[in-house]
Ligand binder design. Sequence first.
Ligand code: PGA
Length: 252
Amino acid sequence: MRKKIVAGNWKMHKTLPETEVLIKELRELVDTENKVSVIIAPTFVNLTSAVNLAKGSDITVAAQNMHFEDAGAYTGEISADMLQVIEVNTVILGHSERRAYFCETDDILKLKAIQAYKKGMTNIFCVGEKLAERKENKHFEIVEKQLINALFTLPAEAFEKIVIAYEPVWAIGTGETASPEQAQEMHQFIRKVVEAQYGKSVADKLRILYGGSVKPGNAKEIFSKPDVDGGLIGGAALQAKDFNAIIEAGKS
Ligand code: PGA
C-alpha cells in the first residue's frame, strides 16, 4: 500500500508571524496516526523558522522551487545546498505557475530534477495540461511529454524520491476540480507511462498526487480513487482547519 501524502503549497502567502501561527495551529490539530505524510511548503524566507517550528511533529517542510546549479551568479535564486543546510530536503518543481509566469521549460525542469536527484532530495514534480489542451483532447499527450522531457533521463532509482503531482491548470485556484474519474484516469495513465519506461515495481511504488481546488468537501472522494495517492493543496492549505480536514480524508 502506498502511504498517502497531503502537501500544502503556500505559494506567496503568509508572512513570518502568520507562518508561526499556522504551524502552531497545525501542530495542535494534526494527528496523522502515521497514515499520511504531511508536507508544507512556505515561502523561502520563512523556511528556517518553519523547520524549527515543525520540529518533533509529523510535518515535513518543503521548498516551492530551487535552482539547478550548485552556486553562482544567479541573482534572486536559491540552491539545493542552501535548502539542505536548513534541513529542507523536499522541493516542489515544475508547478504550473512557475512554468507560466517564470518561463520554466521542460529543459530547465530537467536540470532541476537532475539536481534534486544528485542532492538526494525528494522532488514533488508537477505536471498538467491547460484548459485549451484538454478541450483539444491533448491532455494525455501533454502530460506524457512533460514527464518524458524532464524526468526520463533519470535512472530508475531516482524514482524512490520522486512524487508526481497531477495538476490540471484549469483546476488550480479556480474552484473547478477535476472529477474524481478524470483524476483517476490521468493518474492511471501516468503510472502506465512510468511503467513502460521503468517497469512495474517503480510504477507501483510511485505516489501520484492530485492538485487543483482540493477542499475538505471533495478530498475524500478524490483520494478514494486507486491511483490517487494524496493531494497538493493550495488555497485550502492556508487554513489549519481545512488542511487538517484534508489530511483526515487521506487517512482512510
Ligand atoms: P489550489 O492550488 O488548491 O488553490 O487550486 C493547487 C496548487 O496550485 O498546487
